[in-house]
Design a protein around this ligand. Structure first.
Ligand code: TRP
Length: 359
């Protein structure tokens, strides 16, 4: 890896398979970045533990995601691909950094409040501020079956360490992770100023600019997401994918020329803009404008154009899945490289904090 390149780091929790949202929102751009940056991509299996997954599934999912990264074009000759738990220095620095992190600032994090509500079985109407007190009381009073685990609270510390231990400059993440990145910058600044050091660079979000896209779901809702249950997966076979697209929500169709486009139909157009040729999109938009559109035809075309992208990836996934030796080699080598950098940063941090050997 070239030492003069800026360091880019991104992680993904090992839950489930990758979908078109991951592909167009992140993966496709990661592939383009490999040549220009010192890219380090990792699977956040420790973060996945915050929601207490089935132990038999945790690393099955790690394997899935690594396989899907590779199949989509992440090249281990160019980028470092590793598993978070293969770098124990992360866990050690996480303990150390927590000494400078406030419980209050963690409790005020939006993602924590959402997850705490879920763990306590509260409604997720994230509106009223006065209900912060109520959540806090419930967290403190919760019995052991409904506890909010401390790992959820310190999730942002762990994420900050992922980033800071690699001294990453750029972190390509979506909107939902911006607050975590803001905390990372705050923790870096705090550490640097407390110890009068410049150990940690302050990372910024890597903005894909025009390439940044929000991939909609097929159920008329906003975004494609694992928790929405509206995903088209890279691993979906032809039949499954066609079926999902054909079932996509639409509306009754335009009644008069140049009608406004409803959200579910706009979502289909947006997917089409990502996957189909411009003239194809234009034809269907014209057909919408003059009321001759047939949603069945649009969906058939959309399914074909999505499959043209996902099927070759699916084939590579199926091939790679059987090659444990290769995947093992990629992760061992990536892990070693990530550890080399992490160990160096940890050594510096300990020295700075006063954990110095006198014996
Ligand atoms: N929290 C991120 C997510 O849920 C995953 C993540 C963990 C991450 N550590 C990271 C992303 C470090 C970027 C950098 O999507």
């Amino acid at each position: 890896m070239d030492n003069n390149k800026e360091i880019v780091l991104s992680g993904i929790r090992s839950t489930g398979n990758l979908h078109l949202g991951n592909y167009f929102g992140a993966l496709r751009n990661f592939v383009k970045m490999q040549d220009d940056y010192d890219c380090r991509f990792f699977i956040a299996d420790l973060h996945a533990l915050t929601t207490n997954p089935d132990p038999d599934e945790l690393h099955a999912n790690v394997k899935n995601i690594v396989t899907e990264y590779l199949a989509a074009g992440i090249d281990p000759e160019k980028a470092t691909i590793f598993v978070q738990s293969d770098v124990p220095e992360i866990s050690e620095l996480y303990l150390l950094l927590n000494m400078h992190v406030g419980i209050g600032e963690l409790m005020r994090t939006t993602s924590f409040k959402d997850k705490a509500r879920k763990a306590l079985g509260l409604k997720n109407d994230n509106t009223a501020d006065e209900d912060d007190d109520k959540i806090e009381q419930q967290i403190i009073g919760a019995d052991s079956n409904k506890r909010v685990n401390a790992g959820l609270l310190t999730y942002p510390t762990l994420m900050a360490v992922d980033i800071l231990i690699q001294k990453a400059h750029k972190v390509p993440v979506g909107k939902d992770q911006e607050q975590h990145l803001e905390l990372t910058r705050r923790f870096a600044r705090r550490f640097n100023s407390f110890y009068h050091t410049d150990l940690f660079p302050e990372p910024t979000n890597y903005n894909f600019g025009a390439a940044a896209v929000k991939v909609p779901g097929l159920d008329g809702s906003g975004k494609m997401g694992k928790s929405e249950g509206n995903c088209l997966y890279l691993i979906d076979d032809e039949k499954v994918l066609r079926k999902k697209v054909m079932r996509a929500m639409t509306d009754e169709g335009p009644k008069e020329p140049n009608s406004p486009v409803s959200l579910p139909v706009q979502n289909l157009f947006t997917l089409m803009e990502l996957t189909s040729k411009p003239e194809v999109v234009r034809n269907f938009k014209d057909a919408y404008a003059n009321c001759s559109i047939r949603y069945g035809d649009l969906k058939k075309q959309l399914a074909e154009d999505i499959l043209a992208i996902t099927l070759p990836i699916r084939e590579r996934i199926l091939e790679l899945r059987n090659d444990d030796a290769y995947i093992g080699r990629v992760l061992r080598e990536g892990g070693e490289r990530a550890r080399y950098y992490a160990a160096q940063t940890l050594r510096e941090a300990k020295e700075i904090m006063g954990i110095r050997k006198f014996y």
